[in-house]
Design a protein around this ligand. Structure first.
Ligand SMILES: NC(=O)c1ccc[n+]([C@@H]2O[C@H](COP(=O)([O-])OP(=O)(O)OC[C@H]3O[C@@H](n4cnc5c(N)ncnc54)[C@H](O)[C@@H]3O)[C@@H](O)[C@H]2O)c1
Length: 378
């Protein structure tokens, strides 16, 4: 069956690859994207390779999910909507609160209003959620209970203690977070992702349509924005390495993330969009492996064959979490899919691609200054 897929934010990193995946299978693809300068540069037709990659793949409508008219035009004929459009910088979300809430929550609300009130053929909406909604992830206590630590206290981190704590518990061991975990985002970005997911999962069934949520961990790979200074440590560190500049590693460098390769994310999202079994489901999409920031730095330096000074500074950003790693059992059991790319292999492919691109990302220092001025970077 040929689907007509609307991908909001479809000119972005994940969306552009997903558009190509659907088009390759003969589906019709429409993209609605406002081409924000932070991701696409100031003259997208010339400065955005992601946008150019959509030529012959999708009908691109330049417009915003915060505009009812743009959304209405984009929804014409759509049978499946994959809602990726979002502002995505965790740190930036802590001081551009209105902008993040309007685009992420407001845009989702407008989309749902149209689905509820206009005639349309949409039978499923897939929402791109995020591991950020878990805040600090899941931990096991010494007597094998599962606990969800609160956000880390500024006073602890100022004293160089970056680990999570639960009152009355001595030893905590990080365990993978499954989809039933407590949701307690520690950033404005995370709050908006939780709201987007809750809105979609609550409203769609009342309309007799299907909702699916994919909770992405840290997605990386060829095509990720090298311009955006507000997101993507692999891009930011790559630029510093190529420039021979020092890397300032926050905290003690042992904070970790679950890095999941773009091809795995695209396949998981494709399956979540078309498989009947996915209907109503919420799926973690991650590699299931925790990688520390210091290991990221080492893997990148290795991949580029360049060594730069690395300073573990003890600085930290309010809103950041310490660790999170996905339990992907449900993805495997329901969608029959297992993210397969090992981090060291994925980083090599990423670095090979980066070397074909111009050196960008001059705005990183500026993004740090913005946070420091607002006392969000300590
Ligand atoms: N990349 C990750 O690691 C990651 C992790 C968790 C969740 N996600 C989610 O996945 C989705 C896609 O992320 P990505 O990495 O491709 O980000 P991206 O920034 O590359 O893509 C987002 C796209 O949305 C567009 N956009 C922003 N505001 C818009 C608006 N108001 N109207 C229309 N388009 C708008 C941007 O121009 C961009 O093309 C987002 O919802 C993000 O929150 C991503």
């Amino acid at each position: 069956m040929v689907e007509h897929v609307l991908i909001t934010g479809g000119a972005g990193f994940i969306g552009s690859r997903l558009a190509a995946r659907f088009a390759a299978d003969g589906h019709i693809v429409t993209v609605l994207d406002s081409l924000i300068p932070q991701v696409h540069g100031h003259d997208p037709a010339n400065t955005s390779p992601l946008l150019r990659s959509l030529e012959g793949v999708a009908t691109v409508i330049e417009g915003s999910v915060t505009s009812t008219d743009d959304l209405r035009r984009a929804l014409e004929g759509a049978t499946i909507v994959i809602h990726l459009a979002a502002e995505t910088g965790t740190g930036q979300s802590m001081y551009e609160i209105d902008r993040y809430v309007e685009a992420n929550v407001g845009g989702t609300a407008k989309l749902l209003d149209l689905l509820a009130n206009d005639d349309n053929d949409v039978r499923r909406v897939v929402i791109a959620s995020s591991r950020s909604i878990y805040g600090e992830g899941a931990y096991r206590t010494e007597d094998a209970r599962t606990v969800y630590p609160a956000h880390r206290a500024n006073a602890d981190m100022a004293a160089g203690d970056f680990e999570v704590h639960v009152p009355g518990e001595q030893e905590l061991t990080l365990i993978p977070t499954d989809e039933t975990a407590k949701l307690h985002p520690s950033s404005v970005y995370g709050i908006t992702k939780q709201m987007q997911e809750s809105l979609v999962m609550t409203v769609l069934p009342t309309l007799g349509r299907e909702a699916v949520s994919v909770r992405y961990q840290n997605v990386y790979g060829p095509g990720q924005s090298l311009k955006n200074p507000y997101t993507g440590i692999l891009s930011i560190f790559s630029t510093l390495i190529r420039q021979g500049k020092e890397i300032n590693v926050f905290e003690d460098g042992l904070e970790s993330r679950d890095f999941v390769y773009i091809d795995d994310v695209v396949e998981a999202t494709f399956l979540a969009s078309i498989l009947p079994a996915a209907a109503g489901g919420i799926f973690n999409v991650g590699s299931g492996v925790a990688t520390t920031v210091l290991d990221v730095v080492a893997a990148l330096q290795d991949a580029y064959g360049i060594e730069v000074p690395v300073r573990v500074s003890g600085q930290y950003r309010l809103g950041d979490i310490r660790h999170n790693v996905a339990d992907t059992t449900k993805l495997r059991e329901v969608l029959g899919f297992v993210p397969a790319m090992r981090f060291t292999d994925g980083v090599k492919r990423f670095a090979e691609w980066v070397l074909t691109e111009p050196i960008e990302g001059d705005e990183y220092e500026k993004s740090l200054r913005e946070m420091a001025e607002r006392k969000l970077l300590k």
